[in-house]
Design a protein around this ligand. Structure first.
Ligand SMILES: NC(=O)c1ccc[n+]([C@@H]2O[C@H](COP(=O)([O-])OP(=O)(O)OC[C@H]3O[C@@H](n4cnc5c(N)ncnc54)[C@H](OP(=O)(O)O)[C@@H]3O)[C@@H](O)[C@H]2O)c1
Length: 270
């Protein structure tokens, strides 16, 4: 499959690197990137074809992956509209609805909207995909995104807001919890290097246990919590302060914000 990336920034590079690692020939990848230094870097690092702007030659592909900032997408789409023939257009721009993008592409309907998350940069991402009704060749989008982690197809675009709140923003919630544990480690006298190793190993070990175990999260938590022990004291403190309840509220607030941003971005970019 020949793929053209529009935008070779953080996420574009992560996807290119993932595809090449998974066996895509670098000759099948083209990147349109206006920034000269970035363009040179990508060309040298991955051996892919690079262009400073989208042309008929650069768009000779089966799939076009839009990896520019959401605010840049309207302008980019307007320019691409006349270069599209039958390519699948895959957008990873956060918050831009497929219907808005389709309109900016002059009514082009072969559009898949994707929301990846930042662990994609280390091939451990999870991406949600939504295809506009009638789109065939969805597997091309699947191939691209599965090169940097797992994928989940959504049957309704509205669910993208919930996915964004849960998994798009999710890494930040995990980092927030990490920050709290690291702060406690510092207060209890561990230095930065040892704290980082201990806390990260506790996280990755717990995730590995949760992934491999038949028990659900609540059961695993109970198994660490002995009556009258240290874990029980910590969890009682968290419950008293409504930590779990407030995390749920926070995620629902993020979903609401994602919905608002979809409207704002759709209107503002017109
Ligand atoms: N980073 C993530 O983890 C993540 C997660 C989910 C979704 N996303 C989405 O992925 C998209 C890209 O994010 P990013 O973090 O990779 O951004 P980024 O690092 O800023 O990359 C965007 C690149 O596109 C280039 N560009 C701008 N205008 C262009 C044009 N007309 N044609 C071709 N390239 C153009 C930019 O160049 P200039 O810098 O010169 O403008 C920049 O190098 C965003 O829409 C974001 O919402 C990212």
């Amino acid at each position: 499959m020949k793929i053209t990336f529009i935008g070779g920034g953080n996420m574009g590079s992560a996807l290119i690197s993932g595809l090449i690692r998974k066996g895509t020939d670098c000759g099948d990848i083209a990147v349109v990137e206006p920034d000269l230094d970035r363009r040179k870097l990508i060309g040298q690092e991955y051996g892919v074809r690079v262009y400073d702007e989208a042309t008929i030659e650069s768009m000779d592909c089966e799939a076009v992956l839009l990896a520019v900032k959401p605010q840049q997408l309207h302008q980019v789409a307007s320019k691409l509209a006349c270069l599209l023939e039958n390519q699948l257009v895959v957008s990873i721009a956060a918050g831009i609805r497929a219907t808005d993008l389709s309109e900016w592409l002059g009514g082009y309907k072969k559009v898949v909207r994707v929301m990846p998350n930042t662990p994609a940069q280390v091939s451990k991402g999870v991406s949600a995909l939504y295809a506009m009704p009638g789109v065939e060749a969805k597997e091309m989008a699947e191939t691209i995104l599965s090169s940097v982690g797992s994928t989940i197809w959504l049957d309704e675009e509205e669910k993208m807001d919930a996915f964004t709140a849960l998994c798009g923003s999710g890494p930040a919630y995990v980092f927030y919890f990490l920050e709290a544990m690291l702060e406690a480690a510092g207060i209890m006298g561990f230095d930065v290097v040892e704290s980082r190793r201990m806390v990260l190993d506790t996280f990755s070990g717990s995730i590995a246990l949760a992934s491999e175990s038949q028990d659900d999260a609540a059961t695993l938590r109970r198994k660490v919590t002995s009556k009258g022990g240290t874990t029980e004291r910590a969890l009682l403190e968290m419950e008293k302060n409504g930590v779990k309840e407030n995390i749920v509220k926070a995620i629902l607030a993020a979903e609401e914000r994602s919905r608002e941003m979809g409207i704002e971005l759709g209107n503002r970019s017109c």
